[in-house]
Design a binder for this molecule. Structure first.
Ligand code: GLY
Length: 360
């Protein structure tokens, strides 16, 4: 088993990564919780595949189990769905000594984590991520949120889990598109802080090539994220580098009404845009954007998009990193080295007009 300890002033916790751990997770959870009752928040797909296995593991460890299911997809990260989940928690008479378990991908983790953060002013919760994206990124670090019509993740809270239990075997039922979207976040770690990982991903050359190494890759990414989160839990500086490609990506997701591009696909497009923006500003070595584009194509992620630059900049204006000086972007100093850079809206518009004219 790989184990990582995240040490934070608000509370430390472990990330345990081991193939087959879903069947044993009751004991891992019992080790961090004395709760009698747990409420699992999951989506309908995950629950139909793995719900009975999780329930059995929890019952065997002495927990009484209830579940709340949401429809799969980003469309569930809304105020309405959040209100329904909180209402279901009230109907189940959830109290402060109950434990919440977020069992699913990024949407479930964000929404269930947010419900745990605010219901009765905060309940303990556990993350059991079931997608590659959630296993390498969203289950770690305590960011929880829902979307607003105005933008993604605009309402949320920092709320760290009691433990993150990751079973790479769950990836066996994940389709190519979901695996690819997790690869986008893995490529991101290489691009912002780890050229060695980036080179390995280039060598693996495809999702199939990377799959046999996945347990190690997940461990490596979570450990890299741990370093950023321990330095800057509340996202005021260094941690923002984890959002490489996301300012563009969140705008792209929103422009497609969260249906056209998955989060990972939008981030992949956003990373190429960010690299090319850095090149246009003279801050990123020429060729970095093309190198990113090649690896993104190899991992079956999109590199072409047809959007109007003015609309893109408009949607980027809701980014949480922005301040009165302009758009705060994460750019690359080199492959494996990132920086935070503020660019005025007018300058960003001119650069994006050129980039998008060349269809990336
Ligand atoms: N996904 C970026 C972060 O957790 O900060």
């Amino acid at each position: 088993m790989h184990e990582i300890k995240v040490r934070l002033p608000s509370g430390s916790y472990k990330i345990q990564i081991e193939a087959g751990s879903l069947g044993r997770c009751g004991d891992q959870i019992r080790a961090v919780s004395a709760a009698e009752r747990v409420v699992v928040i999951s989506d309908e797909n995950v629950w139909s595949l793995y719900g009975s296995q999780l329930e059995a593991a929890l019952v065997n460890a002495g927990f009484l189990v209830d579940s709340i299911l949401i429809p799969p997809g980003e469309g569930s990260k809304t105020m309405e769905c959040f209100a329904r989940v909180c209402g279901n928690m009230a109907d189940l008479h959830v109290q402060r000594d109950h434990l919440i378990i977020a069992f699913g991908g990024g949407v479930v983790g964000d929404l269930a984590g947010f419900a745990a953060a605010v219901y009765m002013r905060g309940l303990p919760y556990v993350q059991i991520p079931t997608t590659l994206l959630a296993q390498v990124d969203s289950s770690v670090g305590g960011k929880t949120a829902i979307d607003l019509p105005q933008g993604k993740n605009l309402v949320g809270a920092f709320h760290q889990p009691q433990i993150v239990i990751t079973d790479p075997d769950l990836l066996k039922t994940l389709d190519k598109r979901h695996l690819a979207e997790g690869m986008a976040e893995i490529i991101k770690y290489g691009a912002i802080s780890d050229e060695e990982l980036f080179v390995k991903l280039e060598e693996y050359g495809s999702i199939e090539g990377a799959l046999p190494h996945m347990e190690d890759i997940i461990f490596h990414c979570c450990d890299t994220k741990r370093v950023f989160v321990e330095q800057d839990e509340r996202d005021g500086g260094e941690r923002q580098k984890l959002n490489f490609g996301h300012s563009f990506g969140h705008a792209i997701e929103k422009m497609g009404l969260y249906r056209k591009h998955s989060h990972g696909e939008a981030v992949a497009l956003g990373m190429v845009m960010a690299a090319k923006t850095g090149e246009a500003l003279g801050l990123t070595p020429i060729g970095t954007g093309e190198r990113l584009k090649r690896i993104i194509q190899a991992y079956q992620l999109p590199t072409k998009i047809n959007v109007e630059y003015k609309e893109l900049v408009h949607h980027m204006s809701m980014d949480k990193k922005n301040d009165h000086e302009g758009h705060k972007l994460i750019l690359l100093k080199a492959m494996g080295k990132s920086m935070i850079y503020t660019v005025a809206e007018a300058e960003l518009s001119t650069i994006l007009e050129d980039i998008l004219e060349l269809a990336l």
